[in-house]
Design a protein around this ligand. Sequence first.
Ligand code: G
Ligand code: G
Ligand code: G
Ligand code: MN
Ligand code: NA
Length: 250
Amino acid sequence: NEMESGIRRALENDEFVPFYEQQIDLTTGELSGFEMLARWQSPELGLVSPDIFIPIAEEIGIIADLSEQLIGKAFADARLWDENLTLSVNISPVQLRDPWFAQKLLKMLVEHNFPAQRLEIEITESCLHDNVGMVHSMITSLRNQGVSISLDDFGTGYSSLEQLRSLPFDRLKIDRSFVSELRHNKSGRTIVDAIVSLGRGLDLPITAEGIESEAILETLKNLGDFKGQGYYFGKPEPSNAVFDRLRRLN
Ligand code: G
Ligand code: G
Ligand code: G
Ligand code: MN
Ligand code: NA
């Protein structure tokens, strides 16, 4: 169909671009890094959301190539940021089914001369349905080289607490649906409290997503030492806006 061939052509024409969302240390208020979020800069359609093209790219078997194109651009950008800033990238469950995924990512780090210690990958709970043994060995070989692994959208999928305990994650990201309800109802607060104590018990640092207001930020700061991100700090922005932001900070 038309969308599929458009996405294939976009890959050939190098039309996928990284946007970046700030990740903040909520306790100090300092910028700690950026999450890369893919966009398709289409000459016909304008800026297209990943919710549209990622599922199609997964379906037609080009997600790995598309991700590689974006990660290459993100490494080139992030190499020019302050060297304490981290780069987080989202990895599709489809990519993790490739037994060579970890080797390919480590090779890209070398080729782009980007320090593994500054890279964090975000995987979702749906990865855990698949071959857990293989996911475990991939995570382990990436971590051995210094890459960090976050469990994204935590709480929205199926997660066995046993897997959470047995897989060596570095961080939990609380899904924004819970963060946004934090002050609206008791169940939102209860779920966030439960994830926070789970994180404490398992020694997993936490990132809260979807912080949209000062009130939510203050509530979170009272619950612990977290990182956070969301529209309150800023929307995802293109590379040049990130460079402008860093120039203003420095
Ligand atoms: O940027 P936005 O909030 O519209 O992203 C929508 C969804 O697309 C999110 O779930 C996000 O994780 C996902 N996404 C964004 N960029 C990438 C990417 O490069 N690879 C993968 N697999 N998912 C991405
Ligand atoms: O699934 P993942 O967590 O990677 O999704 C990130 C998505 O969430 C991106 O599409 C980003 O644009 C969106 N996002 C980031 N911060 C906020 C926020 O504060 N509010 C809302 N509604 N969406 C956000
Ligand atoms: O201007 P400043 O000293 O903050 O820049 C730090 C580094 O980032 C320098 O290497 C500079 O060349 C690079 N840089 C600054 N702005 C941009 C930009 O808009 N695009 C790119 N690609 N690099 C930039
Ligand atoms: Mn994410
Ligand atoms: Na998320």
